[in-house]
Write a protein that binds this ligand. Structure first.
Ligand SMILES: NC(=O)N[C@H]1NC(=O)NC1=O
Length: 174
């Protein structure tokens, strides 16, 4: 879909098509609809990022909490969103050996216990070894730093999901 098509979408279609670019946070998509028309892909992405940046810290933590654990319960029970399932499978999260799976579960719990929100990393930009290493290292960070790191990763996930849906090249004919 090109940006002109995005700009012409009624609210319901806009949210149906783009509502999960930030995992389980369609309110973000619903909010940026009122910023149309977008000049290009970058302007649409910037509107989403600005909305996120303007949230209070509790809102940013809420976004992190909406993300399912990597290799977690939702993956086991088949209740991940389509986007998350594909991302996690691409990083091999659905095919961990039992030692790695236990380590991931233990570290995810430790992380949540320490910070009160989930560990988030862009799975499409990392492999299994990298994810496990970062999860272990990031458990040691300060809460405010980790909140900011998690949100950076949310924005990377969002950009890749948007790129799957919206062409990045053609500018809008305004
Ligand atoms: N917890 C977490 O990072 N989840 C995710 N990462 C990603 O790329 N897709 C997700 O669902």
């Amino acid at each position: 879909m090109d940006i002109a098509t995005v700009n012409a979408l009624p609210f319901e279609d806009f949210v149906n098509l783009l509502g999960n670019v930030v995992e389980k946070c369609p309110i973000i998509t619903a909010a940026v609809w009122s910023r149309r028309p977008f000049l290009n892909f970058t302007a649409l992405e910037a509107a989403i990022n600005e909305f996120i940046d303007d949230l209070p810290e509790s809102g940013k933590e809420g976004i992190l909490r909406c993300h399912p654990d990597l290799a977690g319960r939702d993956l086991q029970s088949g209740t991940l969103t389509r986007e998350s399932r594909e991302e996690q499978a691409g990083a091999g999260m659905d095919a961990l050996n039992s030692a790695d799976a236990s380590r991931m579960t233990r570290l995810n719990e430790e992380y949540k216990e320490r910070f009160g929100f989930s560990f988030v990393i862009c799975a499409r930009m990392n492999d299994k070894a990298n994810i496990l290493r970062q999860l272990s290292e990031r458990c040691q960070n300060e809460r405010a730093l980790e909140r900011a790191r998690g949100i950076e990763e949310v924005k990377k996930i969002c950009r890749l999901r948007l790129q799957d849906l919206v062409r990045t090249d053609a500018p809008n004919k305004l």
